[in-house]
Design a protein around this ligand. Structure first.
Ligand code: NAD
Length: 482
């Protein structure tokens, strides 16, 4: 039976859409239709922004409530999400291929964790402080919610990336219109059900899926929207930034990546190799921060290539809903085509495939690609420069630490990264010099209490941590006579 929704969540109720167009959701592993939702059009975005605007501007409403009152609603929201997490995780995994073992730990868990984190943080933050003026009297410096937020999210971690925006925005007192990706619409509808059950006041949260770029672009340029929070490709991010620049609208951009895992010559491979899976192939490589460039010292190059090849060859490919699966299908047929194009290009440019390179045997249905390792890759090769967003690794040799640093930084992107070593001080010193927004030593566990984001083509601004709350607040100074 398919899950079919006939209304959009706008103004705290399920409203009939403005058009009969629909978005269909398919299983990445069986290619079967899972369900469908209305496709939000410009008129639906207008209605959602109007509802969010009215909720924000209400003088007795959400934006004016005591933080503790908003925090209580966020707690109810977290509880309602938790009671639906099995459905949410199943929908995410079916739609984008994420193995359910990761889906449960990330998509089913992180939204509640972040809602509670920001609910707590905003209650501990002073709404204002009074400073002695440098000239005369004093100044009340206030933190105020920025207004109506348009949140546009991709399909790879749809829940986590939605709540990276929603949780701080709602905690700050903003109201939000979420535009989910058209590849992951069913889980977004369950979030709307949870919001309704949590009795989030009408208009505070609105969810309008839209196909293609039209709905998102309309949201970005909408005069009723005060801030845009976007996660997605660098290409779309540039277009959005252009519009926001013209409109002088604040924008946070979390974009693509091509991060490096630097394996130093003292690394203990028995510990490094298992760790490399999580940092470079998690979610079939459909993760923005992962390290798809593996930098290996020339002195140990053969040993490292062999180790990575064995690791990748042994990964269990399967149905994403099976708990033993570690590599599922990629999200769409189109995505698989793009990845296969990169694999062909990698070979054409002289890369040597040590494992993978094709479609796995025994999978007649589903958008599966074998996890693939390329050795002898030059850092200038296309597969070392462009984000593939699939399970394709390039192992690149380096001469010494300075060369490793040069290669790591020789990228248009700067989002994640890792350093692998038995000498923590050496690893930390090198990590400090990598041009990136975040980096791990001997692993990469994203800390929701610390800012996350990119440098260079990987984005602008930060999410998470207190800095992620500040992105939804603006300062106002009230000059007082004494
Ligand atoms: P995408 O850019 O195609 O789409 C992302 C979202 O933006 C979708 O909801 C889409 O409908 C919308 N959109 C696309 N063009 C738009 C436009 N011109 N105006 C307004 N909205 C628009 O990205 P995707 O294929 O869904 O996701 C994969 C990309 O996301 C990768 O590049 C990946 O690196 C990036 N990503 C980044 C992070 C991060 O935190 N930096 C996290 C996850 C994914």
């Amino acid at each position: 039976m398919t899950a079919d929704y006939n209304a959009l969540y706008i103004g705290g109720e399920w409203r009939a859409p403005s058009s009969s167009r629909r978005i269909e959701a398919y299983s990445a592993s069986t290619e079967e239709l899972l369900g469908s939702v209305p496709s939000g059009e410009a008129a639906d975005i207008d209605a959602a922004v109007a509802a969010a605007r009215a909720a924000f501007d209400n003088p007795q409403g959400w934006s004016r409530w005591e933080p503790a009152r908003r925090a209580a609603v966020l707690e109810r929201f977290a509880i309602e999400l938790a009671s639906r997490s099995a459905d949410i995780v199943r929908y995410v995994s079916s739609q984008n291929g994420m193995p359910v073992r990761f889906g449960k730990a990330v998509e089913g868990t992180v939204p509640g964790v972040i809602l509670r984190y920001y609910a707590d943080l905003v209650q501990r933050q002073a709404e204002y402080e009074v400073r002695p003026s440098l000239v005369a009297g004093s100044t009340e410096v206030r933190r105020e919610p920025i207004g109506v937020v348009g949140a546009i999210v991709p399909w790879n971690f749809p829940q986590t990336l939605t709540f990276f925006k929603l949780a701080p925005a709602l905690a700050a007192g903003c109201t939000v219109v979420v535009k989910p990706s058209s590849e992951t619409v069913l889980d977004a509808m369950v979030v709307a059900e949870a919001a309704a059950a949590a009795q989030i006041p009408p208009g505070v949260l609105n969810i309008v899926p839209g196909s293609g770029r039209t709905a998102g672009a309309h949201l970005v340029s909408h005069p009723g929207v005060d801030k845009i929070a976007f996660t997605g490709s660098t290409e779309a991010g540039r277009t959005i930034a252009e519009t926001c620049g013209r409109l002088l609208k604040p924008v946070t951009l979390e974009l693509g990546g091509k991060s490096a895992a630097i394996i130093l010559d003292d690394a203990d491979l028995s510990a490094t190799l298992p760790g490399l899976f999580a940092v470079s192939l998690m979610n079939q490589g459909q993760s923005c921060y992962i390290c798809t460039r593996i930098l290996a010292p020339r002195s140990r190059y053969g040993e490292i290539v062999d180790g990575i090849t064995d690791l990748v060859r042994g990964l269990k490919i399967g149905d994403p809903l099976d708990r033993s699966t570690v590599i599922g299908p990629v999200a769409t047929a189109r995505q698989r085509e793009i990845i296969e194009g990169y694999i062909a290009k990698g070979q054409a440019e002289g890369g040597r495939i040590t494992t993978g390179g094709g479609r796995p045997a025994g999978f007649d249905k589903g958008w599966y690609v074998e996890p693939t390792v390329f050795a002898d890759v030059d850092n200038d090769a296309t597969i070392a420069r462009e984000e593939i967003f699939g399970p394709v690794l390039a192992v690149i040799p380096f001469e010494d630490d300075a060369d490793a640093l040069r290669l790591a930084n020789d990228s248009d992107y700067g989002l994640g990264g890792t350093v692998w070593t038995t000498d923590l001080d050496r690893g930390t010193a090198l990590a400090r010099r990598v041009q990136t927004g975040s980096i791990g030593v001997n692993g990469y566990t994203m800390d929701h209490g610390a800012p996350f984001g990119g440098v260079k083509d990987s984005g602008l601004g930060r999410e998470l941590g207190p800095e992620g709350l500040a992105a939804y607040q603006q300062y106002k100074s009230i000059y007082l006579p004494k």
